[in-house]
Design a protein around this ligand. Structure first.
Ligand code: NAD
Ligand code: MG
Length: 396
């Protein structure tokens, strides 16, 4: 019997890598549902190929003509419209495994719905955990869901902690070291950063990813979000989570134990490795990734991140220390700032300014449910949009 998989964000970068791995294992998985926001043609092409039971276009209103085109595919795929349909296909009885690969805050509600339905949950959408970490982990525990990290660093840490697993106590751990490539501007002259273009920021040296996470990697907000993600996934205090720049992206993260041992996970930088790990877990299955040739690589290097070059990292630690809704504010302001930068409205160096101002103007409150988190998200988006409007076109 094969297991039914719902893939949220099927037309994205993680979506493509997931489909590649799933297609190698027809004996294990069939696709129950595929979703995209607005890319109807790309989603239809996937449905023609993979014949899922359902497809969802979360950012499109009812369209009978589109519905007919999907229904005529070989699998007779039923097309659903609007964001609530994401929750429906994530929590349906026939969805046994959920890959959460939507980018940004929009992934929170359907991912939480899958947790509430006790699914086996493969989490790429780190923003969900950043926004609502304690609430998310509590939901996973209370409803018996299984959470497996897809983010390469967290998947690496998970692999270094096989006896513990995500969400359990880690008293034997002294430190978690999250590696970071340093992105495209690791050694660019700092005075040039105010002039960098979206195209330069998206040209990651080691990974091919969606545009938002590519900019996050350049600013290292991605690592900041990952520190918060690790704090909740592995229940480790923030001061025991460190960031280490490792330009080759071969070691995906390390765990140091109280006895001084360090365990690391290595592979070529290819997201099919963590995806195959989580899809197969606890077994190991083929991912399609090229095996690592360490002798050809020769050397691995490490350095500490420069706080002046990467101010977003400090902002993320501060939001984590402030707690409550602060990480949701950080995340929302970052999404607004990155979108404005990608649209050419905001300088690269103004991204941390927008986030800092949003954090200052939106005091953190306690989280007592999803509604508080979503309210903080909306407030932070308003504050960030105002900052963007003021900073637009301003000299650095
Ligand atoms: P992407 O931009 O390539 O794809 C995003 C997907 O989400 C698309 O299918 C899109 O249709 C869908 N989407 C976008 N906005 C939406 C909305 N408002 N509502 C519903 N669906 C929406 O992104 P990606 O690079 O694949 O990243 C996906 C997630 O995985 C992100 O949270 C990212 O941080 C995380 N992640 C990605 C990588 C990577 O290598 N790409 C690595 C680690 C973690
Ligand atoms: Mg990562």
């Amino acid at each position: 019997m094969t297991q039914g998989l719902t893939l949220l964000g099927a037309t994205g970068s993680i979506g493509a890598s997931t489909l590649d791995v799933v297609a190698r294992h027809p004996d294990r998985y069939h696709l129950f549902a595929l979703t995209a926001h607005q890319a109807a043609d790309a989603l239809l092409a996937l449905c023609l190929r993979y014949a899922p039971r359902y497809a969802v276009l979360s950012g499109v209103v009812e369209d009978q003509d589109l519905r007919r085109r999907f229904a005529q595919s070989a699998g007779g795929t039923e097309l659903l419209f609007g964001a609530p349909a994401l929750e429906q296909v994530a929590s349906d009885r026939e969805c046994e495994v959920l890959m959460a690969a939507i980018v940004g805050a929009a992934g929170l509600a359907p991912t939480l719905a899958a947790a509430r339905a006790g699914k086996r949950l493969l989490l790429a959408n780190k923003e969900a955990l950043v926004m609502a970490g304690p609430l998310f982990m509590r939901t996973v525990r209370e409803h018996g869901a299984t959470l497996l990290p897809i983010d390469s660093e967290h998947n690496a840490v998970f692999q270094c902690l096989p006896q513990l697993g995500a969400g359990t106590s880690t008293r034997a751990v002294r430190r978690i070291l999250l590696t970071a490539s340093g992105g495209p501007f690791r050694s660019a002259p700092i005075e040039r950063l105010s002039q960098v273009t979206p195209q330069e920021a998206c040209a990651h040296p080691n990974w091919v990813m969606g545009r938002k996470i590519s900019v996050d990697s350049a600013t290292m907000m991605n690592k900041g979000l990952e520190v918060i993600e690790a704090r909740w996934l592995f229940d480790v205090a923030p001061e025991r989570i460190e960031v280490l720049i490792h330009a080759q992206s071969i070691i995906h993260s390390l765990v140091e134990f109280v006895d001084g041992s360090m365990i690391a996970q290595l592979s070529n930088p290819d997201m099919r490795v963590p995806i195959a790990h989580a899809l197969g877990f606890p077994e190991r299955i083929e991912s399609g990734a090229t095996p690592l040739d360490l002798a050809a690589i020769g050397q691995l290097s490490f350095e500490r991140p420069d706080a002046q070059r990467f101010p977003c990292l400090g902002l993320a630690y501060a939001a984590l220390r402030d707690g409550g809704t602060a990480p949701a504010v950080l995340n929302a302001a970052n999404e607004v700032a990155v979108a404005a930068f990608l649209e050419g409205k905001l300088r690269y160096t103004a991204i941390p300014q927008v986030i800092e101002q949003a954090l200052e103007r939106t005091p953190a409150t306690q989280v007592d449910g999803l509604a508080t988190v979503l309210e903080a998200d909306r407030g932070a988006r308003r504050a960030a949009a105002q900052s963007v409007a003021l900073l637009m076109g301003k000299a650095p």
